[in-house]
Design a protein around this ligand. Sequence first.
Ligand SMILES: [Fe+2]
Length: 388
Amino acid sequence: MSVSSIFRMPNVLLTGTGSVQQVGVQAVKLGARKVLVITDKVLNQTGLVKQVTDPLEAENIQVDIIDEVVPEPPFENLEQIARGIRDQGYDVFVGIGGGSALDVTKALAIMMTNPGDVRELVGIEKVRNKGIPFILIPTTAGTGSEVTYNAIFTDIRDNVKKGIVSPYLLPDVAIVDAALTVSVPPAVTAATGMDALVHAVESYTAQRASELTDGIALHAIQLISRSIRTAVYNGKNIQAREDMAMGSLMAGISLGNAGVGAVHALAYPLGGKFKVPHGVANSLLLPYVMKYNVLANLEKFAQVAKALGENTEGLSLRDAAETAVHALARLSRDVGIPSTLRDVGVTEDDIPALAEEASKIDRLLNNNPRWLTVKEIEAIYRDAYEGQ
Ligand SMILES: [Fe+2]
């Protein structure tokens, strides 16, 4: 491979059912005496937070909980939490929850050592100082936030999502314990699980993909595709939850290093005006974008079909690649995701504006296997509007 690439991971990665019990020991290794657990109100009312605070207290660590994280967190949410905790002497943060709680924890850790307006940290590698140590514990299988080095927030001034990208956003420790995901309801399991599958497929076929990310992404596709239906419809099945937790973790590692592409670029505008959840928008658009992308790398899309468990023996490369598109469309329908833009309230008249907005997300479009202009983006949206 001629292009150089960089591969980053959290310093320590703990996996396996029951691994959350290690959080106290890990915090001690980071020098913790006073820890702040960061989460949201819904999660704080379940017993999950106690599974984190008990092992911390067993190590004689003083523990406080803040549950003020809101969904799609705006910068104001960060600033408000930061004001209350800055002078409290916390030496380690522990974030537990979905993508929002983890992203807020990541940003708060660096805000403690980089004073000033947090908006100045937006962009690529604008963060000067390493933050205080932090541990991330996801309770959904999907976002991969525990292993990526970006954090996304809403700027309510222009209603645009903005990202801080810095290696300092990688946690000192990530703990991925499938037992924490068992009570996630079916619709959220479907949307977050399909988001993870999109991370795997998009990063595997991305321009920035490498040998390292390829192996990880392919295995993620296998794990998620074989278990997502069971995890959605029989959530108590721990084997399925373990596959989803590991699959989404691996998809996150691949996404963190190889990036994603046009599916995410076309999905983002649906979140703004139409409030389509991120995972639903990605899953809905995946088959339509893939249908367009397939020709750019038949070999890789044929491998995706195999990883999805499709029988491609005796098929031409072209047909094998096409099989991946149909298999993913069926999977998405099976877990209850709407299959056309019509189903999520988009009208034909909305399409040009959506295409215009998506065409500005160069960071993702430049990483897509096939080149797109606003014209092609509009055609893909029209395809997704009409349905297959
Ligand atoms: Fe995503």
